[in-house]
Design a protein around this ligand. Sequence first.
Ligand SMILES: [Zn+2]
Length: 250
Amino acid sequence: MVSKFNKPEDGTEIILATPDDDPVIDPETISKSTTELKTDSNTDFEIDLDTVPDPETYSANHSDLEKTQSSEFSSKSPSKSWWKKKRWLLPFIVLITGLILPNHWRIPVMGANSNDWHPKTFWYEPWGSSITHKGIDIFGPSNTQVVAANHGLLLYRGEFAKGGKVVVLLGPEWKIHYYAHLASFNTDRWFYQSGDPLGTLGATGNAKNKPPHLHFTVFSLLPYFWYADATTQGWKKMFYLDPNHYLIKN
Ligand SMILES: [Zn+2]
């Protein structure tokens, strides 16, 4: 069976093959054939009339079906089909949401101020196998509280060979915040607000035998092309951002 519908917006005619390629049952034929079957004495089976569709109900249901199909092209359809067409926008919506989330930067070691790290510690070289130092080291008394420098979703909490006990958060603007060398962790959470405790200051990983400090890195998932320069590994500055920009208030 083929139905035709007029799409209301543009008047284009849409031809629909309805799913009822099954033959349309003529009520008369049904009642005739069932009576014949019943009266045929040679047959050793009977058809239960209850299972045969009642002609009235059948046609009512049938027109309901047609109504549903046609309404898909009238009232329901515009918003649904708009979203279907615009689904490719979703990644951009997610991207932009990440970019407009508010920042709330603070120094991630309780009681520390900008004198507790050397501003030139960022991109200091030579720096062992890393070649350049891609963060800053904030010093303080052992077991001082380390707090979130910004809001962030927990991506990882565990141990790395170099970083020792680390916490990795995903913050606003698609920036990853990396906190390393912690002595211990605070309670596990999936989201941290700026200033929420992460753990305590320590010297785990390759900071062993050094004074306790927090290694803090800000890594952007989106490249900041204008930060690339001609220094050693200078192109990586597109991604490893200078924490001084964020932690020192002008
Ligand atoms: Zn460091």
